[in-house]
Design a protein around this ligand. Sequence first.
Ligand SMILES: [Zn+2]
Length: 422
Amino acid sequence: MCVVRDDCVQEMRWCALRALLLALVLGTQACGPGRGAGRRRGPRKLTPLVFKQHVPNVSENTLTASGLTEGRIDRNNTRFRDLVPNYNQDIIFKDEEGTGADRLMTQRCKEKLNTLAISVMNQWPGVRLRVTEGWDEEGHHAADSLHYEGRAVDVTTSDRDRSKYGMLARLAVEAGFDWVYYESRAHIHCSVKSESSDAAKYGGCFSGENIVQTSIGKRKMSELQIGERVLAVETSTNRLVYSEVLMFLDWDPLQRRDFLKFDLASGKTITLTATHLLVTRNRNISEIVFAKTLTIGNSVIVYNTDGNQFEDTIVKVTRVIRTGVFAPLTSTGTIIVNDVLVSCYAIVNSHSLAHWVFAPVRLISSTRDNLSRIWDLLIYPFKEWSINAISETNYPSRGVHWYAKTLYQIAESFIPWHILHN
Ligand SMILES: [Zn+2]
């Protein structure tokens, strides 16, 4: 848990504002990054990596490299079906285990490896790419190795000419591996982000079965739409209000993801991703923290039916997999989910900073509402204004909203690491 000083936040706000304006002016992120986006292409001299060098120059599990480990995959694990075999004839698989495990990898890893195989043949005619280690189900690597998830491969050239390995590593960088390491004289280690990396990176969400209270009744999170008004807390006054859903930071009914399910002493539960922010209270002091920092014995704030809040103690925390991810952004930046008070934000461990960065969304929304009201008054002067009118098609498009991506990308560049989910 980290406490952010006001002056620190103030400074970061200015940094974020400048970067945000720059991003908006340049329009660079309007469509979000695609696979391999950001890699420089074209004819230029390739520099071999030197022994023990890694690219990018950050540790493997940081967000700008291959990201966090998501836990080992074994053959009985549901995530095992995420691994795909690679039968590329241009790649030699050492397969010293004799199980075919080295051929198993995530789709992203497979794509990068196949690209690298072509680069190797172009660079050294007659030489092929050789994989000495892929998915590891036998525990031969360090505890947090990405080999256990099919997200890492160790490679050499087929002629095992060690003088080529520095350039092999460079080719792996160019092929789009998210982290490449000249790990040993005998091989190059390459790894990739998880399949749901955008989601894992930017998304902090609720699962679809969570219930919210709208101004016209209870609704599953998966059925909530833009424009509906949901029960939330106005942070300046600490009052319960119905707050408009301005957008979804992430909305994808088909995506499978890991969630944390908290069972509370009152019998209530809430299921959300590990990097989502929620309010905890200890000895009358409230704090907004990542869900993953909470454990049995911590308290969250719950509202009962008459609108009074009380502290509810966590009695059980379970890791569950659910299909469907939803992250509504309300104008207050908070939302009551299954009667529990939570923030709308994730990843950036500062609710106030995140809420400030989304101010333009609130501004645009209120301007749009005002214009629309004026228009309605002009066109239909006697029409009764209905605050709950919702169009039939107010579901967003699937995936992480570009504005949310921009925020989190800016956050990565400008905000000290300790404030980011890391
Ligand atoms: Zn390795």
